[in-house]
Design a protein around this ligand. Structure first.
Ligand SMILES: *Cc1c(COP(=O)(O)O)cnc(C)c1O
Length: 421
């Protein structure tokens, strides 16, 4: 459930008409709903009630510091995958002991940053990384808390580009090698093993792959404890999917996910961390864009809009579906028309939807791409020298620009012409 609903014939974000925001900031723009972010966070947090746990929001999904602050104020920790994200989490007021550092290619500089600023744990993904972290920690005269990310070799049954838990993926260490790797970690004085980490992919719509992975983690936990390691924490990653198509069957509920976690891992007495990103931010954001032209093609009508693949790349990159709705509510009984919805970028890949049945719209109308809150703004680029589009946060009847649109001067002045030219 989200808070983007029609009221009196117009699409609102909570109590603010999207058309009012468009008039104020121009199009295209991203708009997030505070109430939806809060609702999703609480659903996930409550799903783990009764277990010692921390929900570490995977901020790569949507990393504006205003969004981070909304979640941190509810008690969220953060899962970061770069030094930049670490600094964003800090800028949002998150304390180091609530920040988990993930990622397959952390640099020594990033490790130093997090060790100096405070970190809950590093989720280490290889033995070479372990060696570097050990060295950095010793240089700083400290000890780095770690989990090792294991690759359980399960099929997440999701899009190939976002599956991470098969043995052919670059992530984690093979679970069969885990005892060896933990023994190695225990010999390094700059590291302190605190737990096990696993993350098998994104947009999972079935609990079974999670269950398989967590069962393997439980077995490993027993083995590692028998080997003398102190396993006090299990980081179970993110990945629970969201409904992108309202007409499709809904993915599992957070509550059922929580029940499954309790069933598979509850007996171990570990602190549980989960790292949801999409689940919290995905349906808490829309991208609003204006129809520039309705172009009659050979046998098809193109809706050319002012948003493009550089603003929202998911359809081009993952063949993703976003529901598209007009900002003015169609009168009941309006017959759908079929459009190809495309942006202005000079690539055929700049197509949001092919042969999409939707209410008829005209040049000048506003339309909203739903479920654009996660992996939307964060993946935007300035391709075609198109400015990064603004982000707006709504709360009740208020809205605020949380990242403004840059000017063309700002964009162009980042380039420099060498003195020999
Ligand atoms: C991307 C990622 C997540 C979040 O995935 P979602 O599908 O957005 O929940 C969590 N943990 C790690 C390590 C990731 O790489």
């Amino acid at each position: 459930m989200d808070h983007f609903l029609y009221q009196g014939g117009a699409l609102y974000a909570e109590d603010v008409p999207l058309a009012e925001i468009a008039a104020s900031v121009g199009t295209p723009f991203y708009c997030y709903s505070t109430a939806t972010l809060e609702r999703h966070f609480k659903l996930v947090d409550e799903a783990l009630a009764g277990m010692d746990h921390l929900v570490c929001y995977a901020m790569k999904a949507a990393s504006n510091i205003a969004i981070l602050k909304v979640l941190a104020d509810l008690g969220a920790g953060m899962d970061v995958v770069s030094g930049g994200e670490y600094l964003r989490a800090k800028a949002a007021g998150v304390s180091g002991d609530r920040i988990v550092f993930s990622g397959v290619g952390k640099t020594a500089a990033e490790m130093r940053l997090a060790l100096e600023g405070g970190v809950r744990q590093f989720n280490v993904e290889s033995e070479p990384e372990m060696e570097v972290l050990n060295r950095v920690a010793l240089e700083l005269g400290t000890v780095a808390p770690i989990t090792v990310r294991v690759n359980p070799d399960v099929d997440a049954k999701t899009h190939a580009k976002i599956a991470t838990g098969k043995s052919e993926n670059k992530f984690g260490i093979p679970i069969a090698k885990a005892r060896e790797v933990y023994a190695h970690a225990a010999r390094l004085p700059g590291l302190r093993v605190v737990g096990i980490d696993v993350h098998i992919g994104s947009q999972l719509t079935d609990l079974e792959p999670f269950r398989q992975a967590y069962r393997k983690v439980a077995e490993l936990c027993d083995l590692l404890r028998a080997d003398g390691h102190e396993i006090i924490r299990l980081d179970l990653g993110g990945g629970l999917g969201i409904p992108y198509e309202r007409s499709n069957a809904a993915p599992p509920l957070p509550l059922d996910y929580g029940v499954m976690i309790r069933e598979e891992l509850g007996h171990l007495g570990c602190e549980i961390e989960i790292e949801p990103g999409r689940l919290i931010a995905g349906n808490a954001g829309v991208m609003v864009t204006q129809v520039l032209y309705v172009k009659q093609g050979e046998g098809r009508d193109f809706l050319i809009v002012d948003g493009a693949m550089n603003d929202l790349i998911r359809p081009a990159m993952y063949d993703a579906h976003h529901d598209i709705v007009p900002v003015i509510e169609p009168v009941p009984g309006t017959e759908n028309r079929v459009y190809d919805v495309v942006g202005p970028v000079c690539e055929t890949g700049d197509t949001f939807a092919r042969q999409r049945a939707m209410p008829p719209v005209q040049a000048g109308d506003l339309i909203a791409f739903r479920s654009a809150g996660a992996y939307g703004a964060v993946m935007a680029s300035e391709y075609n020298t198109r400015p990064l589009i603004p982000e707006v946060l709504v709360r009740g009847d208020q809205f605020a620009v949380i990242r403004r649109r840059p000017t063309f001067d700002e964009m162009i002045n980042r380039d420099t012409i060498p003195q020999w030219l």
